[in-house]
Ligand binder design. Structure first.
Ligand code: GDP
Length: 467
């Protein structure tokens, strides 16, 4: 089928075929600091402000258009000042979705929100998130969350105040100031490059840290305004896409879906995917060449009864989250590239996918520990951390800990290397049994540096026992 057969109205109006896409936003931070609540609040505000259906639910993401952001943010966002279409929030907060996302430039999402609980400050996963942000040079904004828990913060300042109240209010503000100051101080201690921070600092005073409450919604308009403003100001050029071009994206998740077999939840960041496209997807062993069977979007809640949760669509354009059903996807990996072949040489596309995968590949040696992680991005993060800790790696793969990993680990001569380190993955029960029999130790954790600490303690104990 030629390009013109499926031209959309938008394309017809836009012969140059370039357009600005929605920036992709990921939310990171320590567990319980309020990532999910913040996303819920943003989605909830968008639903309240919008006409029914104005915010679109994607697979794995929520698109909040500019006009809704402007309604939520009031005076802070004048839609006439912007030509980016809005913001696309990745729905699964945490490292998982973030380290999964990858764009051509190697950045993970276009922009990130780092959520920090003002009472709890920087915690292990905050630091880990910062590390990932730094390595991927992803610009981010800190949402200093739970300001409603700072006593008195929510008192109405316009109410008739007596001396006692005034001083109380001052105390509260200065306490919050201290907390925010500490967060900013921590950021500079982390040694952020001027470039990364520049996008934030140049925008407006105090913009690096936006105080919010995911519970009351206070500060959410400011946060949205800042995100929108920064994106417009610093990312416009990166958001230019070819709306008719062959789609480019990454696998967010590989999922079995009743009636569709193995599907890939995909974030598309350039071009389009159509229901009759041929695709190349990064796989465990080699690129997978396949044909789209169906493109699936979630059905609005009201329409879900006994029928499928999904609605088939003919085409989607970036930026979007879409579920792709196609044969042969069993070996697809979270974090791997997805490319539409349309009108291009298949071998060229395969080579591009191979090159992108090689770029992510982890250096392994003859000896070392076995590493498993949930996504390519987190595998890379693990490998970097192990490199820093001077722990060699013999095998590094995406996926749960399986019996063959135990086989590899059990061949190590050095008992310190009869080890499997799994980040954000499960251990298959066969593998567990086998590890016990073969004297292989499996460590799994959801925080990289805790995982490495556990391993280092294990090594230390072993060395002490040997003395
Ligand atoms: P996540 O693990 O980072 O996704 O954190 P959650 O969004 O699940 O929040 C953890 C807990 O903190 C929940 O009990 C939330 O209700 C609570 N929480 C989140 N944001 C706020 C906030 O702004 N104020 C208050 N008081 N509680 C919050």
């Amino acid at each position: 089928m030629s390009d013109t057969d499926t031209d959309t109205e938008t394309n017809a109006r836009d012969p140059a075929s370039t357009s600005l896409r929605t920036p992709i936003v990921a939310v990171l931070g320590h567990v319980d600091h309020g990532k999910t609540s913040l996303l819920d609040k943003i989605r909830g505000s968008a639903v309240i402000e919008g006409e029914a259906g104005a915010i679109t639910q994607h697979i794995g993401a929520t698109a909040v258009p500019l006009d809704i952001i402007s309604t939520i943010a009031g005076d802070l966002v004048d839609p006439d000042d912007f030509d980016l279409p809005g913001l696309l929030f990745i729905d699964t907060p945490g490292h998982h979705s973030f380290t999964t996302l990858r764009s051509r430039g190697g950045a993970l999402a276009d922009i990130a929100i780092l959520v920090v609980d003002v009472n709890d400050g920087f915690q292990p996963q905050t630091l880990e998130a910062l590390d990932i942000l730094k390595r991927s040079e992803t610009p981010f904004i800190v949402a200093a969350n739970k300001i409603d828990t700072v006593p008195g913060w929510n008192e109405n300042e316009d109410s008739p105040i007596n001396d006692t109240y005034e001083s109380q209010s001052d105390r509260v503000r200065s306490r919050l100031d201290e907390q925010l100051y500490e967060i900013i101080g921590n950021l500079s201690d982390e040694g952020f490059s001027a470039d990364l921070y520049w996008r934030v600092q140049n925008f407006q005073r105090n913009v690096g840290v936006v105080p919010v409450s995911a519970m009351t919604g206070e500060g959410v308009p400011d946060l949205l305004a800042v995100m929108m403003g920064l994106s417009q100001r610093y990312m416009k050029e990166e958001m230019e896409i070819d709306v008719q071009g062959p789609g480019v994206g990454t696998v967010l998740e590989v999922k079995d879906e009743k009636g569709f077999g193995t599907t890939i939840d995909t974030v598309l960041y350039d071009g389009t995917i159509r229901a009759d496209d041929q695709l190349v997807v990064g796989g465990q062993n080699e690129p997978i060449v396949t044909d789209v069977r169906a493109l699936l979007q979630p059905r609005p809640l009201a329409e879900i009864r006994t029928e499928s949760r999904f609605e088939k669509v003919d085409e989607v354009g970036a930026a979007a989250g879409i579920k792709v059903a196609a044969p042969e996807l069993d070996e697809a990996m979270a974090g791997a590239p997805v490319r539409v072949v349309r009108n291009r040489d298949l071998n060229d596309v395969i080579q591009e996918v191979q090159a992108e995968l090689a770029d992510i590949a982890v250096d392994t040696g003859e000896e070392g520990v076995v590493v498993k992680a949930d996504t390519l991005g987190s595998l890379e993060a693990m490998a970097d951390a192990l490199d820093e800790a001077e722990v060699p790696i013999v095998r590094a793969e995406v996926g749960d800990v399986a019996p063959r990993d135990v086989s590899v680990a059990s061949t190590a001569d050095d008992p310190k290397q009869r080890v499997i380190l799994g980040f954000n993955v499960d251990t298959l029960s066969d593998a567990e049994r086998r590890a016990e029999a073969d004297d292989v130790t499996i460590f799994t954790d959801e925080v990289i540096y805790q995982l490495i600490e556990e391993y280092e303690e294990f090594v230390e104990e072993m060395e002490q026992a040997q003395q």
